[in-house]
Design a protein around this ligand. Sequence first.
Ligand code: 5RP
Length: 228
Amino acid sequence: MNTRESQKKMAAEAAVEHVQTDQVIGIGSGSTIEYFIQILKERIKLEGLKIVAVPTSYQSMLSLIKNEIPLTTLNEQPELDLAVDGADEIDSKLNLIKGGGGALTQEKIVDSAAKKFIVIADESKLVNKLGEKMPIPIEVIPLSFKTVLKKLKRYNAICTLRTAVKKMGPVITDNGNFIIDAQITDIKDPKQLELEINGIPGVVENGLFVEMADIAYIGTPQGVRKII
Ligand code: 5RP
C-alpha cells in the first residue's frame, strides 16, 4: 500500500473507534470511506456490534450492501448518532470542500443530520485556505445550467461543467442533476459564499461544508493527527 493509501486507512481506523453498538451511522462517499466500511465490517464481525447505516451515494449504498452492513434511510432514522465522511479540502477551522465524487448534496444532508460529524482524510487534503487546490462543486438542475453560470460571474469564478468519463456528455448526479466546478481562488468568507451560492435559483447544493465538522482525523507520515 502506498503512503497516501496507508494515511487514508489510519484515519479510517481512528474514526471507527467512535462507533458504538445500537448506533445509526451516516456513511460518506469516496475512497477513504471504503477503508472505513472495511474496518467497520471487521468490528461488526469480531464484536457483534449492532449498527444501521445511512449511505450518502449509490457508491456507499452498494459498498454497504456488499459488506453486509444493514442499511436504513433518513426517513426512517432522521437523527444519526455519527456521520463519517471524506473531504477534498480541509482548513484549520475544519471547514471543508466536498463533492469531488459528485455526492455533495446527499453528503450534506446526511452529515448535517448527525450528532457528531467526523472527517477522515490523508494529509494532502489540508489547506491554508479553501479553494486553494479544488474548485467548489455545485449541483444544479440541468435546465438552470447557463443561468447559474451567469450568476457565478460576480465571483470571477472559472467554471466548467463536469464531464463523464464512461458516458458521453455531463456527469449526472445520483439526484439526476449536473455539476458545475467553480474555481474561486479568493474565498474571504466561506459561510457567506456557501449561503450565497445556494441562493442562486437552480442550485441544489454546493460543496462548501462550513462549521459542520466536529473532528478530523488526518493520516500523516508521523501517524494520525486529530483536529478539533
Ligand atoms: C464525494 C466526496 C468525497 O468524500 C471526497 O471527494 C473525498 O474522496 P476520497 O476519500 O476518495 O479522497 O466529497 O462527493
